[in-house]
Design a protein around this ligand. Structure first.
Ligand SMILES: Nc1nc2c(ncn2[C@@H]2O[C@H](COP(=O)(O)OP(=O)(O)OP(=O)(O)O)[C@@H](O)[C@H]2O)c(=O)[nH]1
Length: 190
């Protein structure tokens, strides 16, 4: 393992509607377990060292309280964040629509044209209750120039990929940077 000072630090925020499975995704990624019961999150931060393309990354993952159209955008979810995991449930069209609201709020707040992001369609094990097609998810991610993946925290499908893709999106925009200056630091407050 690389000495701590050689680790690249990356801060990743996980956002999306309530109950779409953000915590389950993060807990499956960090602890390799799935919890069936539902406890609404206030906010939790997790740390994990991830190896990606031969480099080690010190990832801080922020699991946020679910958003809705009335939530006021929390500046904590933009300042110092390198990449975003935007989660909807494939069983909920309204959660898919909420991704677009959250994305626009981030873009607006940061004053940038795009952000490193992964669009995640969660709960694919519940395919018989699907309301959002894979193609719709892909199309949305393309329009954001981000990555797309469908997951199940329950069956541990593609959970690791979410964070791998997120690192890839961050690196695409800030290759070889030790701290990876987040995009919004280009904002100038006057
Ligand atoms: N079948 C299935 N259920 C899931 C999956 N992921 C999460 N759930 C369930 O969905 C419910 C909500 O999951 P959470 O991970 O707490 O959702 P959240 O987005 O963190 O919720 P908030 O904290 O309110 O924002 C829980 O009962 C989970 O067990 C999945 O991949 N498949």
């Amino acid at each position: 393992m690389a000495p701590a000072e050689n680790l690249k630090k990356r801060k990743i925020a996980v956002l999306g509607s309530r109950s779409v499975g953000k915590s389950s995704l993060v807990i499956q990624f960090i602890d390799n377990q799935f919890v069936e019961s539902y406890y609404p999150t206030i906010e939790s931060t997790f740390a994990k060292t991830v190896k990606y393309r031969g480099a080690e990354y010190d990832c801080e993952v922020i699991d946020t309280a679910g958003q809705d159209e009335f939530s006021i955008f929390n500046s904590k979810h933009a300042i110092g964040i390198h990449g975003y995991v935007l989660v909807y449930s494939v069983t909920s069209r309204s959660s898919f629509e909420m991704i677009q609201v959250v994305y626009d709020k981030i873009i607006d707040f940061c004053g940038v044209t795009d952000i490193p992001c992964v669009i995640v369609g969660s709960k694919v094990d519940l395919d018989s209750s699907r309301q959002v097609s894979t193609q719709e998810g892909e199309k949305l991610a393309q329009s954001y120039q981000g990555a797309f993946v469908e997951t199940s925290a329950k069956t541990n499908l593609n959970v690791g990929k979410v964070f791998e893709y997120c690192l890839a999106e961050i690196e695409k925009r800030a290759p070889n940077s030790q701290t990876g200056e987040p995009q919004q630091s280009r904002c100038l407050v006057m």
